[in-house]
Design a protein around this ligand. Sequence first.
Ligand code: AN7
Length: 365
Amino acid sequence: MHSAIAKSQRSRGVIDRYREFLPVSASTPIVSLGEGNTPLIYCQQLSKRVGRGCRVFVKNEGVNPTGSFKDRGMTVAVSKSLERGARAIICASTGNTSASASAYAARGGISCVVILPVGKIATGKLLQAFVYGARIVAIDGNFDDALRIVRELGESGDFAIVNSINPDRIAGQKTAAFEIVDETGDAPDLHLLPVGNAGNITAYWAGYREYRARERSTKLPAMIGFQAAGAAPIFYNQIIEKPETIASAIRIGNPASWKQACAAIAESRGAIDVVSDEEIVAAQNWLAQHEGIFVEPASAASIAGLFKCCESHEAAYSFQKIPEASRIVCTVTGHGLKDPDAIIQRMEELKPVAATTNDVRRAIG
Ligand code: AN7
């Protein structure tokens, strides 16, 4: 009875549901906020735009506890850090990792330091790190500089690093692939996602491979990653010293999991491609207005990429060659409300009308 109550009081997170696939034991103190189990949404309008009888699903990671996919990895990374006796965690971030780390550190009762590129963090994400009580250090540099500093500080032994160079992060994030297979009965034919530091594409590929090896699925998807055109080191096969994009989450010039991403793309016979800021913004608006799913710009890169694959002759992976009726999953990684600034600039000022039904009817037009 007692343990039944204890269990019901804890909302189920990814460690609870996929414990046998994760590096935890009975003595690991679990820090969870009920992450994962996110909706896999069938998208009729997207499917129609792709054509060829394809079925397109969006895996909406923006509905995780802190609004991004990072929570899947953070529950494992923070739980393991606690188990190892860490008193503080540290990360570099373009925003979402810091929001997630701050929340899970608060939940686990340890302190959290976040190193951020000054002026380049979306408003909502910075606000999250602040309200969860992290020690925030802004540097006069970009994400790649921040990660270099975090690596050096981590060597001192004072902090546990919770960036995706920590394998516990990748382990947690692979559960998103498990969920897709568990829900639909098999792996999709194609999986599209944005690529920044390249941890997520690495994690999905690990998850799909693991489920295939355990015969929970019969196939493996082609992994197709999208970078912003101004921050595309993997696509151009060179470090980008000054990455620039409106999608600040993936403004990364020297990804930590570069090699693993290339392996995932090669082994899965997938591709890496670029999408422009204009395409990203257009896809963000299209998805909100046609499917009711509001994502942040970086997340819209997977939708912009989907459009490129089925509509552009320059696409690295052309859908003209895929079998009819292919099943396609696009991961959207973060919630749209995190990054409202560019949208606020486009919004028209609201001028109130008189509070009468007639005036309101006239205003509706
Ligand atoms: C919304 O928070 O790197 O390729 O420091 O926030 O696994 O890095 C965020 C990355 C895609 C790219 N979409 O994923 C950070 C950070 C969103 C993101 C990515 C990020 P990875």
